[in-house]
Ligand binder design. Structure first.
Ligand code: BG6
Length: 499
């Protein structure tokens, strides 16, 4: 019996029609393909990053390259440059796509190597051998019955664009980029379901070599005006690509992507809370506000003034950004983060940023704090902010897997990864029940790839093991881990339940 003022069921808003979630897996060209000089490919920004044995300095040194480091890399024949061989995806294409088909994923996320299509980045015409390679990739994925989630650029930038133009500080890159993207949409647009103009666009701020192709000064930090000018050029390039794609390949869905840090205040002090909000704005929401909502948020004015940052805008830039916002938003989510005004608080590593340690969470061997509930929180906050469908375009557990022999067969037992995924998937279901419009989930590095942060092979995310070490030694054989069977069964149970 209804109470007097209680609405009847007929007058309640109808629940949103639930989507059938897409389950996927991802690689990125530079971390996966290898074959760095095959088929006329040019050198790119990842090919010159060396493997350096793990210390905190090594991670920074291989992520933030100086001019002398680049020069050294170009003529170095003795050092290890993991992205040059990566997982040899180039040489294992058919085998890998067959494995993904067996896994049963709905959607495969991969990226195009800009330098394979335009070796120097600034040519008028694309490289025919690069086109032929991606013809094979797109048709293999299509024939395996998977949808395509394409990242146009995942960190790797033709090195010539850095050396001759100063990377994304230069506005001319927008034109080169739109030309590259137009070739992609004209040739493969019919195969592409979802796409991102840039991977984790906020990475440009934390990792300017990977994100925006900036050379680090030999002694000292980056010039922050260069960093934010470069980001501005990437924002305009994103909007221009979306504008062009809507003419050339209107069925594709355009997205934007940030690394989501899911910030918590360390204490309930007003100071910690305010700091959390500010970090969240600058580090995470800024790019989302520009690309998904179409405007430069006012909170950046103060940040720019306080940091002496000046950006040059062309007269129609703001209008272009306002008119060509993306269709969906997406995040990578690996860990939550903690903000504190206490400068002596203990820190730990995370994706792109270090964070204060959270005593309630465990961490991976690399210090990234595991927080499945944080994923639900992140999804809710993002959806509240933009009200656009969300794709979880990266998540997964980087771990040191051990290849063993069991009655002569190669096996990898990775219960920790199965536990990680199970707990994150539960929280995706909770977020959907909260009303968040989630399109799908994509597991990062579904086939083992080289780490983008630290250039290691031993930090593995995949459900398929690749037999190679940090120095590129190994057979490159593919071995299904225990998590392969687990993920395959999970996806198939989802399909069964939803049919
Ligand atoms: C994201 C990147 O930052 O995190 C990926 O988009 C990267 O390229 C992933 O591989 C995991 O980071 P890492 O440093 O463990 O490879």
């Amino acid at each position: 019996m209804l109470a007097p003022n209680q609405p009847s069921a007929a007058s309640l808003p109808r629940p949103l029609a639930k989507r059938r979630l897409l389950w996927g897996g991802a690689t990125a060209s530079s971390q996966y393909e290898g074959a760095f000089s095959a088929g006329g490919k040019g050198l790119d920004t990842q090919d010159v990053r060396p493997y350096l044995p793990r210390t905190s300095n090594a991670t920074t040194a291989t992520r933030l390259l100086t001019r002398s480091a680049v020069e050294r890399a170009k003529s170095d024949t003795a050092g290890t440059y993991p992205f040059r061989t990566a997982s040899d995806g180039y040489g294992h294409l058919d085998e890998d796509i067959a494995l993904l088909k067996e896994l049963g994923i709905d959607i495969y996320r991969f990226s195009i190597s800009w330098a394979r299509l335009f070796p120097n980045g600034d040519e008028q015409e694309p490289n025919a051998e690069g086109l032929a390679y991606y013809d094979r990739v797109f048709s293999a994925v299509r024939n395996a019955g998977m949808k395509v989630f394409l990242t146009l650029t995942h960190y790797a930038l033709p090195l010539n664009l850095v050396e001759s133009y100063g990377g994304w500080t230069s506005r001319v890159l927008i034109g080169f980029y739109v030309r590259f993207a137009q070739v992609v949409f004209e040739r493969w647009g019919e195969f592409i379901d979802f796409y991102l103009p840039f991977n984790e666009i906020n990475a440009g701020y934390f990792s300017p070599w990977n994100g925006v192709g900036l050379i680090k000064p030999e002694d000292g930090p980056y010039n922050q005006s260069d960093v934010f000018q470069s980001l501005h050029h990437q924002f305009v390039a994103s909007a221009r690509v979306i504008e062009m794609q809507r003419r050339v390949a209107p069925a594709c869905q355009s997205g934007c992507m940030v690394a989501d840090f899911c910030y918590y205040p360390h204490t309930c002090s007003p100071e910690d809370n305010l700091k959390t909000i500010r970090e969240e704005q600058v580090n995470q929401w800024f790019a989302i506000d520009v690309l998904a909502r179409g405007f430069y948020p006012t909170y950046m004015d103060r940040f720019f003034t306080e940091h002496g940052i000046r950006i040059e805008l062309k007269s129609d830039d703001l209008e272009v950004l306002a008119r060509h916002t993306c269709d969906f938003v997406s995040i990578s989510y690996y860990q939550s983060s903690v903000c504190s005004t206490n400068e002596t608080a203990e820190h730990t590593a995370g994706n792109l940023v270090c964070t204060v340690k959270n005593p309630y969470l465990q961490a991976t061997e690399w210090g990234w704090q595991i927080d499945p509930i944080g994923l639900r929180t992140a999804l809710n906050k993002l959806y509240d902010r933009v009200h656009k469908p969300i794709f979880i375009s990266e998540n997964g557990m980087g771990a040191r897997d051990v290849l063993e022999r069991d009655n002569g067969s190669a096996v990898v037992h990775d219960p920790y990864r199965i536990d990680y995924l199970t707990r994150h998937f539960e929280q995706i279901d909770e977020a959907v029940a909260d009303g968040v419009d989630v399109i799908g989930y994509i597991m990062w590095g579904v086939i083992d790839i080289v780490s983008a942060g630290s250039c290691e092979m031993e930090k593995r995310y995949g459900v398929v093991y690749v037999d190679a070490d940090n120095h590129g030694n190994g057979t490159y054989e593919r071995i299904k881990k225990d998590s392969f069977t687990w993920y395959r069964d999970f996806i198939s149970s989802r399909h069964g339940n939803e049919e």
